[in-house]
Write a protein that binds this ligand. Structure first.
Ligand code: SF4
Length: 326
């Protein structure tokens, strides 16, 4: 078993190696998951990935939560709650205009976009224990707490927001950046958007505790403005470290900033939905940010379609109201 000190040394060694190669960020890859290089799941005990080729859209006429069926709420999402569209927008955590869909969803394009931009990140050994992963994350988190790379963010933040969840999680949720509530509490996805995310998690038959949740940026941009490219670049090392330590099987990108930064693409979120990409060994899906849903409730229907698409890959058919796998 690799000791925590050895893991720290390996991570630092890897980072230094990449810097020595002249790279500012840890290399990673973003390719559609129908690549023949698809990796097996981590740890041996997890279920193999389901076949990747499937119809783009799942049936939209039913869901597992009877009274909240598509016929009884405007968005069709089972986590639909009675709230006024646009109410409380001022409290909404960071979602910039760039997090809104830039194009409407179109039939899945299985073309190779985004293209391969970097080699894969160096992850911990697949047999690494939860404790070893937690130890690697603790080293990274200490680096975030002390980080001053973005002078404006470092001088205005209340708390850094590193990430929460199971270090051994097979699912990682990636958001944009902390908002006011996150900045105050030091935890990602709290407040109204966080509550909506919790509802989505429940509708997906998951528990928040079994998911690792983090953002592209670990510090709040003042006024919840759009993260700058340089800030995302500065913080990428921490995100890559988290991905390497957790080595998830699935990553869900919530919003444009998360999707574009992780996949290193300029494609709008509407073009990235309803298909899988590869990041390390993880399969990546992209959908709209919960804060966007607070301002645009009809988009919940599309997110629900994305959740069904993703969970079907995990062997869970949300359309049928019963589990067929994990
Ligand atoms: S956003 Fe990331 S890189 Fe920038 S100061 Fe915060 S922790 Fe450092």
């Amino acid at each position: 078993m690799t000791s925590p000190n050895e893991l720290r040394r390996l991570i630092r060694q890897t980072l230094e190696m990449y810097r020595g190669m002249g790279l500012e960020q840890i290399p990673h890859v973003a390719v559609p998951v129908d690549s023949p290089a698809a990796a097996p799941p981590r740890g041996g005990g997890r279920e193999p990935a389901a076949p990747l080729n499937r119809p783009r859209a799942m049936p939209t006429g039913s869901n597992s939560l009877g009274s909240n069926s598509l016929g009884s709420n405007p968005s069709g999402a089972p986590w639909e709650r009675p709230f006024k569209p646009g109410a409380g927008v001022a409290e909404t955590p960071a979602v910039s205009p760039s997090s809104a869909p830039l194009a409407s969803a179109e039939p899945a394009v299985l073309s190779p976009t985004p293209k391969v931009v970097r080699p894969a990140p160096t992850s911990l050994p697949v047999q690494a224990t939860r404790e070893e992963r937690a130890s690697a994350l603790a080293v990274l988190q200490q680096g975030v707490v002390n980080c001053q790379r973005c002078p404006e963010l470092a001088s205005t933040r209340t708390k850094t927001v590193f990430g929460v969840g199971d270090p051994g999680a097979k699912i990682l949720f990636l958001g944009e950046a902390p908002g006011a509530d996150e900045d105050a509490q030091g935890e990602p996805f709290v407040g109204r958007a966080g509550q909506l995310l919790n509802d989505i998690i429940t509708a997906c038959r998951l528990k928040r505790e079994e998911i690792y949740i983090c953002n592209v940026l670990k510090c709040r941009p003042p006024g919840n403005r759009t993260p700058l490219e340089g800030e995302c670049s500065n913080c990428r090392e921490f995100l890559d470290g988290q991905l390497a330590a957790i080595d998830p099987e699935y990553i869900v990108c919530w919003g444009t900033t998360a999707a574009q930064n992780l996949l290193q693409t300029k494609q709008p979120i509407g073009k990235l939905r309803q298909q899988f990409f590869r990041q390390g060994r993880a399969k990546v899906v992209c959908t709209y940010h919960p804060s966007y849903l607070l301002r645009n409730p009809p988009a919940k229907k599309e997110v629900w379609e994305d959740m069904k698409f993703w969970r079907q890959e995990m062997g869970v058919d949300l359309s049928q109201g019963k589990k067929s796998g994990s």
